[in-house]
Design a protein around this ligand. Structure first.
Ligand code: ADP
Ligand code: MG
Length: 867
């Protein structure tokens, strides 16, 4: 491990050395660019574009483009890229991850490669961790791009009911008088936002737009262009933490509310250890013999058992409810794993404490928790479209990322995304003092000590930022502080915008801010508070005072499950050469210690002779905890790797289907396609009728089958067919089918028949694709059972998945062939209506559910293509 890190450091040094000459080039161009008038600077963009057209590469023009961007930034927002920022920019342009500490100005760094890469006209995306940053950063950097003649837009999730798929364009000529903060943000459509040279947005919005596009029934509804180049900000958070839950667009299925309620009532009557056992590490709960007997008795009493034993296949549908109810009760804790807000169960990200709005635990667990909490049970959903972030981001031609903490996860970035990490030096030396951990016997003493320490810092005027692992812990600490009469702010990633405003003031004299990890991420903590809101002189005084008392002090109340998250928290202090300090407090009752590091740490503590109130501060304990973290990191990596391994199987299918869909919408030659499907189908039918030489072929059966495709004319009958050899039959039938098709084309008109081909195919593809997704989901659950039989579940999943995909394509052909001769267009031109969409079901359809289906089947849309 150490050796590997060593080589990483070496190659990092080499990499940085290699880039230095480019930085020198940019610097030497500076005087020349400073002399340009604003108009001349703006004209550089067209010049670069022309040169790209003439065959120069992006690398050729990089030094000049960077020089232009730097000059534009200096003139517009008054920030001139530091040399280390140029290095970061080059690394991002090369499609790598730039590790740059918090406060190093990554927002500004990204403008360089974004500008350069947008010169191709293919569109560049900047991915942010939340909707507030998607707007703030686009607006903040907007003047730079504008000065260079490029457009920049922002997409973000719905903020209020009349803002459907919102998007904004930075445009100084537009002014919204009501918006004091971002007046020059012009509302535009999503499509226009993607037409902009540069688009800022959250990972969820980009991903959902992609899925919605691939559900659209007309090319004009597509909002995205080809995915060209993306820079992911806070890349570890998005590509690692967020990557554990895939994006899902779902519709609702049947209700089974009652069953959830019954189990939610029964399960709490079971006793821990006696009736069920818990495996904390795996987050599993199992019934014991005694638990099983009890459940069987109760269920029999309620008349729910279909066979005496609970694990009889006849009761299979019940066991899933049972397992989920058990998990919901024994393992999932309110305010730790989820919160209940406005009658909804909302998942809390285990790493970051952030609320994952709209995401649901899968396979019925969410409903089980809803039943436990006695809130309305949302209908179970069927998957309409889904993709993991891993596979979404792999779609980009070029991907890059930036964050303060990537190096510890270098292996994962490399293995999953083929992203290399380059550690960029800080602009000024880092002088923050990181003190070693203090270890307490239990949580209570630990929190008392934390509160005491906060008090003493607060008294001397040093601002303190306290990180907690959950909302629950934040509130616990807040109570302690209240009792001591210490004024403080508490935030938990619920409202990004409000929290940004609060965290921006966390560096004021005597400030005490309690926050979960994600709260206010991306917002700069300036010592002395946010200078933007104050008079310069007053701010300067406060700033100097905070420096005098040691800068920002960061307290971690628990080690997180990954070292990276600890480092993120620490990194909030010591930005751009500021003074600062940090310390973590740990107790033997902490999750990480208990679940993963328990025995070693405890052993050491016993040996060291441990008394209640004196904490231990010893590098060996810190080391043991760190080892535990490495173990957890590995464990989570495995889970994510697993998720990707499985998604990779469906991903191949998705690529084929989405590609086909696109071709259909783009007006591929569907006639040839359809006719070849017809030929295929006829060949199959004839072959199966005439396959056996012994038995008399069943020509009546064949004609019956053919009649389900098109009306068979009288001249084709068992008599005539029996006179022919099989391949003559095939030829004759195909000839007839083609003739009939031509005839229909004449009657209906080529334009309409093309439209019918398109709609029939789309309907077949979309309908069966949805079924396929559900089938793959089931397969995945079943595959898990193979683990018990010493067969790798993933192997089974791949093999069976392939079979399912083959039957999907066969099914599409079957559907198309069996529909195409029957449909007709009834033109009742109800123009497609735009429906307000629920945020949770962003399905991108524009046809009303009760309107006649545009495919002309005569059925309502909801019973036909809209199924
Ligand atoms: P990061 O994302 O790396 O944590 P930010 O992009 O939020 O950092 O920037 C941190 C602060 O540094 C901001 O206040 C920004 O204005 C300032 N900053 C960044 N680059 C420069 C620069 N080249 N010159 C002056 N100030 C800068
Ligand atoms: Mg940032």
């Amino acid at each position: 491990m150490l050796k590997w890190l060593g080589s990483l450091t070496d190659s990092n040094e080499k990499e940085l050395k290699r880039l230095q000459p480019i930085v020198d080039d940019v610097n030497s161009l500076e005087p020349e660019f400073q002399k340009l008038s604003d108009a001349e600077l703006n004209a550089k963009t067209d010049e670069f574009k022309a040169r790209l057209n003439d065959g120069e590469t992006l690398d050729d023009i990089l030094p000049e483009a960077f020089a232009a961007c730097r000059e534009a930034a200096r003139r517009t927002i008054g920030e001139r890229h530091f040399d280390v920022q140029l290095i970061g920019g080059i690394v991002l342009h090369q499609g790598k991850i730039a590790e740059m500490k918090t406060g190093e100005g990554k927002t500004l760094v990204a403008t360089l490669p974004l500008y350069l890469n947008a010169l191709t006209g293919e569109g560049c995306h900047l991915v942010t961790v939340n909707d507030y940053l998607a707007r703030r950063d686009a607006y903040w950097m907007g003047p730079i791009y504008h000065a260079l003649g490029l457009t920049v837009a922002s997409i973000y999730p719905q903020q209020n009911p009349d803002e459907h798929l919102p998007a904004r364009l930075y445009d100084p000529e537009y002014t919204d008088e009501k918006d004091a903060r971002w007046p020059h943000f012009k509302p535009i459509s999503r499509q226009q936002a993607y037409q902009a040279d540069i688009t800022y947005g959250t990972n969820n919005e980009f991903g959902f737009d992609y899925l919605r596009d691939n559900m659209a029934i007309d090319l004009s509804q597509y909002v995205q262009r080809q995915l060209n180049y993306a820079i992911v900000d806070e890349v570890d958070n998005i590509l690692i933490d967020e990557a554990r839950t895939p994006l899902i667009i779902s519709g609702s299925a049947e209700e089974a509310t009652e069953k959830y309620n019954i189990f939610a009532r029964l399960v709490p009557q079971l006793k821990k250890d006696e009736d069920y056992a818990i495996e904390e590490k795996e987050r599993q709960a199992y019934l014991t013999e005694s638990g099983m007997t009890k459940m069987e008795k109760w269920l029999r009493r309620d008349g729910m058992l279909k066979a005496p034993s609970l694990y009889d296949p006849a009761n299979y549908s019940l066991t899933q409810y049972l397992e989920n109810a058990l998990k919901a009760n024994a393992l999932f804790k309110r305010d730790r794993d989820y919160v209940v807000k406005d009658g909804q169960v909302i998942i809390v990200d285990e790493f970051t404490g952030r609320l994952m709005l709209g995401r649901r635990y899968s396979e019925g667990l969410h409903q089980a928790i809803e039943a436990k909490e006695r809130v309305k049970i949302q209908r179970e959903s069927v998957t309409l479209a889904t993709i993991t972030f891993q596979n979404y981001f792999r779609l980009y031609k070029k991907l890059a990322g930036m964050t303060g903490t990537a190096a510890t996860e270098a292996e994962e970035f490399h293995k999953i995304y083929k992203l290399e990490v380059v550690v960029i030096p800080t602009n000024k030396p880092m002088i923050r003092a990181d003190h070693s951990d203090q270890i307490y016997k239990d949580e209570e003493t630990k929190y008392k000590a934390v509160a005491k320490e906060i008090e003493s810092f607060h008294k001397q005027g040093t601002p303190v930022l306290i990180g907690t692992v959950s909302i629950e812990k934040s509130e616990l600490l807040s109570d302690l502080l209240k009792r001591r009469g210490i004024p403080h702010q508490i935030l938990n990633a619920k409202n990004h915008e409000k929290e940004a405003a609060i965290i921006a003031q966390a560096g004021r004299v005597g400030g005490v801010t309690v926050a979960t990890n994600m709260a206010g991420r991306g917002v700069d903590i300036v010592l002395g508070g946010n200078p933007a809101d104050r008079e310069k002189k007053e701010w300067q005084q406060e700033h100097d005072k905070v420096i005098e008392v040691g800068g920002l002090h960061v307290i971690g109340t628990e080690r997180h499950e990954a070292r990276r998250i600890d480092n993120q928290l620490r990194g909030r202090s010591g930005r751009q050469g500021d003074p600062g300090s940090s310390r973590f407090y740990v107790s033997l009752e902490d999750d990480v210690v208990r679940r993963f590091g328990g025995d070693r740490v405890k052993g050491f503590m016993d040996w060291a002779g441990f008394d209640e109130n004196t904490p231990i501060e010893h590098s060996m304990v810190s080391k043991a905890i760190e080892n535990a973290q490495v173990k957890v990191e590995g464990y989570h990596f495995d889970i994510r790797k697993h998720l990707v391994d499985y998604d990779d199987v469906v991903n191949k299918h998705r690529e084929v289907i989405y590609d086909e869909r696109r071709k259909i919408l783009e007006g591929a030659d569907l006639k040839t396609n359809t006719l070849s499907m017809v030929r295929d189908e006829i060949e199959k039918l004839v072959a199966s009728t005439c396959s056996s030489g012994l038995i008399e072929p069943d020509f009546n059966g064949l004609i019956g089958e053919l009649n389900t495709i098109f009306p068979v004319p009288p001249q084709i009958n068992p008599g005539t067919l029996s006179q022919m050899r099989p391949n003559e039959i095939t030829e004759k039938l195909i000839e007839y089918a083609e003739q009939l098709y031509e005839q229909r084309e004449k009657e209906i008109g080529p334009e309409d028949i093309r439209l019918m081909e398109r709609l029939v195919m789309l309907r077949a593809v979309d309908g069966l694709w949805k079924e396929h997704l559900t089938a793959m989901d089931h397969l995945r659950q079943q595959a898990g059972l193979y683990a018990m039989r010493q067969v790798e579940p993933i192997v089974v999943y791949k093999k069976e998945g392939h079979t399912l995909f083959e039957s999907l394509t066969a099914g599409i052909e079957h559907d198309v062939v069996h529909t195409i001769y029957k449909v007709s267009l009834t033109r009742k031109e109800a123009p497609p209506q735009k429906q307000p969409q629920k945020a949770t079901v962003p399905a991108g359809k524009k046809v009303g559910r009760n309107e006649p289906c545009p495919c002309g089947s005569g059925k309502k849309y909801k019973h036909c293509c809209g199924r």
